[in-house]
Design a protein around this ligand. Structure first.
Ligand code: AHR
Length: 497
């Protein structure tokens, strides 16, 4: 038996909606077909954006969207993606499949997508192969209201008013695909480039995000902060972190749908490594920034498997099962639990790539098990994290791949209602749960569960869905219930006044 102690009186921090953020990259069928089909498509669309996809994304309350990459960001030249579409330059997407990028989805289209989604904007600039001038002009183009060469061009291209850029990334993975730099060198470039990311609109200052580490590269975090931090917070509002769950090796990652019990537990154990990364990078950040003014922005996370058989290896298209639902539930719980430092997280990528919430095939669309977990967790957005502790949380796993069986997080909304999300990582053991929480008036639950490889296909799009989880008893001390194996559960708890 495991026991969850909840103390609603003790608030531990604010859960930024951005912890449930997304990432869209010019990669495979993410943007083209997955989101943008153009106004003349026979797929129903609004200003070129697929209606079905936008509806499904609105349902999970996408809070923020990062674009245009990824590795693509550091070879993207924004001026190629503005003005009349027929005149836009074509380029080769060298990172992702060597296909022709016709730039028909550019800045105006991204801003239109965010408008339709009602989400914040996170634009990632090009440091690897772009100039300071290019970056500076992009910010001017997007956000300057008055008369200036770039603002005039925006107006001539049909958008009189400036847009709001909520977050701006100064480069992506500059330790790798973004220029293979050393942290000291990138740190200096960050100082220089960010100087020209001007705040033209004081009502909406742009939060500047520096390129952070690849997984456990603590040296990068330390050296970048050492190089940049002395100028204080106006200088850097966030530092990114990228970490993917790869069950096998980078050469043989494993199949998304056809996997063994060992691979299940590898996936769980490797996902739980996110907790270590947050703590250790967080400890370095604490040395420079003890008041936690700089956010840890985990702006790429998710599972990464071998591509689906027969698909373009450069497109990174993968299916999504109950195993991914667990990965999503675990990570979203970890982000909530560390919301004092983690201020944004973006799952990669929103549609048709790695751990996507939506898959499309021509006119068809499916919501993945990961979508269903985001749909459960959306109730946490903008709540406060409350104190909660688990006891009796045993280990599960096989061989060297062991992980704690359960994860949890608990938040409270402004009306005092509590939201408890739980994951059970075990393949075959339910857990008897007791929740110590006085004064429960009522409880309502939902669950996402299924066989370990259960997934939604275009032929059977609703195999995995959320269902009511009613077998919860209100006791004199709180709650008691059985948490099924391979499950992600949400409990909404109303307390007596
Ligand atoms: O998500 C795919 C790629 O992974 C991104 O483009 C890059 O930033 C990371 O290496």
């Amino acid at each position: 038996m495991a026991k969850l102690f909840i103390n609603p009186e003790v608030k531990k921090g604010h859960v930024n909606p951005e912890l449930q953020g997304h990432f869209s990259e010019h990669l495979g069928r993410c943007i083209y077909e997955g989101i943008y089909v153009g106004e003349n498509s026979d797929i129903p669309n609004v200003n070129g954006m697929r209606k079905d996809v936008v509806e499904a994304l609105k349902e999970i309350k996408v809070p923020v969207l990062r674009w245009p990459g990824g590795c693509f960001a550091d070879e993207y030249h924004w001026k190629d993606g503005i003005g009349p579409k027929e005149k836009r330059k074509k380029m080769i997407n060298t990172h992702w499949g060597g296909v022709v990028e016709d730039n028909s989805f550019g800045t105006h289209e991204f801003m239109e997508l965010c408008r339709q989604l009602g989400c914040k904007t996170y634009v990632n600039g090009n440091v690897g192969s772009g100039t300071v001038q290019e970056m500076s002009e992009w910010v001017e183009y997007m956000t300057f209201k008055g008369v200036s060469p770039m603002a005039d061009q925006r107006k001539a291209n049909g958008h009189e008013e400036p847009w709001v850029v909520d977050y701006f990334g100064v480069g992506n993975e500059n330790w790798g695909c973004g220029g293979n730099m050393r942290p000291e060198y990138y740190g200096d470039l960050f100082r220089r480039y960010q100087t020209y990311v001007r705040n033209y609109d004081n009502a909406h200052p742009i939060a500047k995000i520096a390129c952070g580490a690849n997984a456990g590269d603590y040296h990068w975090t330390e050296k970048v902060l050492e190089t940049c931090f002395d100028h204080g917070f106006g200088f850097m509002n966030g530092l990114s972190l990228h970490y993917y769950t790869v069950p096998g090796t980078w050469e043989h990652k494993g199949s998304a749908t056809d996997f063994s019990k060992e691979e299940w537990y590898n996936t769980m154990a490797k996902t739980m490594y996110m907790e270590t990364l947050i703590q250790r990078h967080g400890a370095i950040m604490d040395q420079f920034d003890p008041d936690k003014k700089i956010g840890m922005m985990i702006d790429e996370w998710g599972t990464w498997y071998d591509v689906e058989p027969g698909t373009n290896p450069g497109f990174l298209y993968q299916q999504n099962t109950i195993r991914d639902a667990l990965v999503a539930g675990i990570n979203l719980n970890l982000f909530n639990k560390n919301c004092d430092r983690v201020k944004m997280a973006n799952i990669a990528q929103m549609v048709n790539v790695l751990q996507s919430v939506i898959l499309t095939e021509g006119k068809k669309m499916v919501k993945t098990p990961t979508w269903h977990v985001f749909n459960l967790y959306k109730v946490h957005q903008d709540n406060d994290l409350v104190e909660s502790t688990l006891t009796g949380n045993t280990e599960v796993g096989l061989g060297n791949s062991k992980a704690k069986k359960l994860t949890e997080s608990v938040t409270v909304d402004e009306k005092g209602k509590l939201y408890v999300t739980l994951t059970n990582l075990s393949l075959d053991e339910a857990e008897t749960m007791e929740v110590a929480l006085p004064k429960v008036k009522s409880v309502k639950g939902q669950i996402v569960t299924g066989k370990m490889d259960a997934h939604n296909t275009f032929k059977a799009p609703n195999k995995v869905q959320s269902a009511a989880f009613d077998d919860v008893t209100v006791t004199k001390d709180g709650l008691s219930f059985e948490l099924p194996a391979r499950s992600v559960v949400l409990l909404e708890v109303t307390l007596k006044k």
